[in-house]
Design a protein around this ligand. Structure first.
Ligand SMILES: [Fe+2]
Length: 273
C-alpha cells in the first residue's frame, strides 16, 4: 500500500542555490519570445515549429535532438498494431475516482471533449490515455518525492476510447500544481497529461491540458516553450457549467485537434514532465 506520511523535503530535492531565480527565468522566456516575434515579423518563422532547445526549460538544452531525424520504414506490424476498440477498454477506466475502495480527496471534476481532425471530422475509436498528479500535486512515482501526501484512493491514470462522434470523457480529481527543480521556486501549473494512441505505435502523440486562469502560466518554462499564444490557449480547457453536475463535480471541456492550422500542440517524444 502507498505511504501517506509527509516528510520534510530533503535538501537534495531542492533547487541548488546557484540555479536561476524565477525572475531570471521569466526574463529568459521574454527574450526567446521576443526573438520569436521578430522571426514572425520578418517571415523566417514557418509556423508550428517546436522550440526543441528552449533554454529557460533547462533540461531541453541537454536532450533536444541535434541532428536531423532519420526516417526509418516501420515494420508492417508496427503500422497495424496494436489496435484498440471499445471491448478492450472498460468504461470504468475513464473514472479515476472509482479505482480504489474509498473516494479520493480533492475537487471532483469531469473533462469531456472531442478528438477531431483538421476538417472538424470526428476521430473515432481512438485510445485516449491520461495521467496526472493528485489534488496535492503528487504523482505515484518513485521519482516524485516532494513533501505532499499521496492519496491511497487515487492512482492518477485512466483511459477511454472515443465514440462514433469522437467524444471522450474522464471523471477525475483536479490535479494540484507541483514543484520541480528547473530553477529556484519552480512550480508547474496544474495539468493533465494526455496521450492519443492513433491506430499503431508509430502514431502516438502526447500533450498536456491546463486549467483556465492559472496564475503559474507566465512563470512556467514548459507552457511558455510554445511560442504562439494561440497555441498555448488551445491547451487550456474551458469551464463548462452545463457539464457541471449539481452537488457532484465541476465540468471542463477540451477538444483535441490532430491536424491543420488549429491543431493541438503536441510534445516532442520523451518529454512528458
Ligand atoms: Fe506532469
Amino acid at each position: 500500500m502507498t505511504d501517506t506520511t509527509v516528510a520534510p523535503a530533503p535538501e537534495s530535492l531542492l533547487a541548488a542555490p546557484d540555479q536561476a531565480t524565477q525572475q531570471e527565468i521569466v526574463r529568459e522566456i521574454e527574450e526567446v519570445h521576443a526573438a520569436h516575434a521578430r522571426a514572425v515579423a520578418d517571415g523566417t518563422y514557418r509556423g508550428g515549429q517546436t522550440l526543441y532547445d528552449f533554454p529557460p526549460y533547462r533540461s531541453s538544452i541537454l536532450r533536444h535532438p541535434t541532428k536531423n531525424p532519420k526516417l526509418v520504414d516501420p515494420e508492417t506490424i508496427e503500422l497495424t498494431s496494436p489496435a484498440f476498440g471499445q471491448r478492450d477498454v472498460a468504461a470504468i477506466e475513464a473514472d479515476l475516482t472509482l479505482q480504489h475502495a474509498g473516494e479520493p480527496l480533492g475537487e471532483r471534476m469531469v473533462v469531456r471533449g472531442r478528438v477531431l481532425d483538421g476538417w472538424g471530422r470526428p476521430v473515432r475509436q481512438q485510445l485516449v490515455e491520461i495521467w496526472q498528479a493528485n489534488s496535492a500535486g503528487r504523482y505515484i512515482h518513485k521519482r516524485d518525492q516532494h513533501p505532499a501526501p499521496l492519496d491511497p484512493n487515487f492512482t492518477g491514470a485512466g483511459r477511454a476510447i472515443t465514440d462514433d462522434d469522437g467524444w471522450y470523457e474522464f471523471t477525475t480529481i483536479k490535479p494540484g500544481p507541483y514543484p520541480w527543480r528547473n530553477h529556484r521556486n519552480a512550480w508547474r501549473p496544474a495539468h493533465i497529461h494526455f496521450s492519443l494512441f492513433g491506430s499503431a505505435f508509430t502514431q502516438r502523440i502526447v500533450t498536456q491540458m491546463y486549467f483556465p486562469g492559472d496564475p503559474l502560466f507566465p512563470l512556467d518554462p514548459i507552457y511558455q516553450s510554445i511560442p504562439d499564444q494561440q497555441d498555448r490557449d488551445r491547451l487550456v480547457a474551458t469551464y463548462d457549467h452545463d457539464l457541471t453536475e449539481p452537488e457532484f463535480k465541476l465540468g471542463y471541456r477540451w477538444d483535441i485537434v490532430l491536424t491543420g492550422q488549429h491543431r493541438t500542440w503536441f510534445e516532442p517524444e520523451g518529454d512528458h514532465r
